[in-house]
Design a binder for this molecule. Sequence first.
Ligand code: PBG
Length: 324
Amino acid sequence: MVFPEYRPRRMRRNEAFRSMIRETHLSASQFIYPLFVMPGKNKREPIPSMPGVFRISIDQLAQEAKECLSLGINSVILFGLPEKKDAMGSGAHKGDGIIQRAIKELKNKAPELMVVTDVCLCEYTDHGHCGCIIDNDVDNDATLEILAKTALSHAKAGADMVAPSDMMDGRIAEIRAALDENNYESIPIMSYAVKYASSFYGPFRDAADCSPQFGDRRSYQMDPANSREAMREATLDVEEGADILMVKPAVAYLDIISKLRDEFDLPVAAYHVSGEYAMIKAAEEKGWIDGPRVMEETLLSIKRAGADIIITYFAKDMARRLRG
Ligand code: PBG
């Protein structure tokens, strides 16, 4: 069928036609909203490189939860700023640690909200790496035990799902075993399966105060140049028991999201990260782009590439836009 018999423009004539044939839809129920939790009371600190995002104290969580739920956002992912850091990141698995208290508060005040936790040590180590250091290197196997302890402490506090973001080898199996041994076999693992050593995490590291104090994360996070290796990482995580596979960042890695969607039958999540958010906000502030439209187009592209779930700082803004 060629012109003039077929005219694609016929179906673009008005919004009724356009919306009738629209292939991809965003839904607030598939967003996960990140929250940064800090010590203190009545705290709501703006994060300069992430306009509209705040570090909040535990007493502010109930309000956030209500706002999310009222917008149709059913889940949040928690990041913590501990009071103290040490070489082993022991604050990550303290029974009364910042995240453990935040989980309890949320489960207490808004039980219907799904609480996901980021399982990593970089916010808790004084050197800022995602594992413990032995002989000047992030030691993989020594870190596994601490990660499993951390995930277990989150489950004990009431977390609905854990999301390991450290990129140590074998951590999904270790965490799954620890959860199962302690009767948390029903708590799923959303694995940051394909996490690149990306410069798009800059604003997050300001927000969560977790920049490495020496070196960088390239010995454990993936090389941005690699795609076949992403499939290998995801395969390992599936074999080890992951329930959801995540790709991170999102927009610079849409090809990877699409490949994962084709190769695996698990739900795929994508993390639209801090730098991706900040760039849109900055260009909007300069008046160079229409921020809300670029936000929608960006999130649609992530969905179209194949992601089911999107972790995004735009969750509330986009949910409001969807409500018109
Ligand atoms: C912890 C972690 C990071 C992000 C999520 N979990 C930072 C990092 O790996 O350096 C980044 C999220 C974002 O940029 O929005 N390891």
